[in-house]
Design a protein around this ligand. Structure first.
Ligand code: HEM
Length: 164
């Protein structure tokens, strides 16, 4: 439409634009995207420590417990950042698979971490820990795949703000 002075402007009809400031979602997206490498690294460390415990018949010691706790903690922070993005309005249908698999990953990791600590036999404790880490890793890789990314790829921008 022309405003009479030769300038063109647009009249917006329909629903009001999303009031969520885009920079906030973008910032959390980049934190979420970057933190995944820390989560994956912590998972690999926990996997190696638990596997060494099973096959090397080591005691379920501080390293065994700490490696599980660090992976669980980073996973929790990652889940929290993801939930904040969704609460801020970053949501679309295909994200449901991502969300559900990640919640299941965190659940499996926490449950196995707690159950492992209760085992009297160190080999059994490490086996439970190993099962938890492997299960969580498989769910995480599946959850990343659910939104069309790989564990080491990035879209650069969140899908929900890319078209605004
Ligand atoms: C309840 C838990 C989670 C929620 C609600 C959530 C939410 C989100 C959202 C809204 C996006 C943006 C999607 C898009 O742009 O298409 C995203 C992207 C992503 N999420 Fe999550 N997330 C969760 C857990 C996790 C976890 C545990 C990981 C990995 C350890 C993870 C890794 C990623 C990756 C790699 C991306 C793509 C980043 C990029 O393209 O640079 N998310 N997530």
């Amino acid at each position: 439409m022309n405003d009479g002075n030769g300038d063109r402007f647009t009249i917006h009809r329909g629903p009001a634009p999303n009031p969520t400031p885009r920079p906030m979602i973008d910032a959390i997206f980049h934190a979420h995207s970057g933190l995944r490498y820390m989560v994956l690294l912590a998972a690999v460390v926990a996997l190696v420590v638990q596997a060494l415990g099973v096959f090397g018949r080591k005691p379920y010691d501080r390293a065994s417990r700490t490696s599980m706790a660090v992976f669980s903690g980073l996973l929790d922070v990652q889940v929290l950042l993801g939930i904040v993005m969704v609460v801020l309005g970053c949501f679309y249908g295909a994200l449901m698979g991502h969300l559900m698999m990640m919640v299941l990953a965190a659940g499996a990791q926490h449950a196995c971490s707690v159950y492992a600590r209760k085992q009297a036999d160190p080999r059994r404790a490490h086996t439970v820990g190993l099962v938890g880490v492997v299960l969580a890793l498989l769910l995480i890789v599946g959850g990343i795949g659910a939104i069309g990314r790989t564990p080491v790829s990035s879209s650069g921008r969140p899908t929900c703000t890319a078209s605004r």
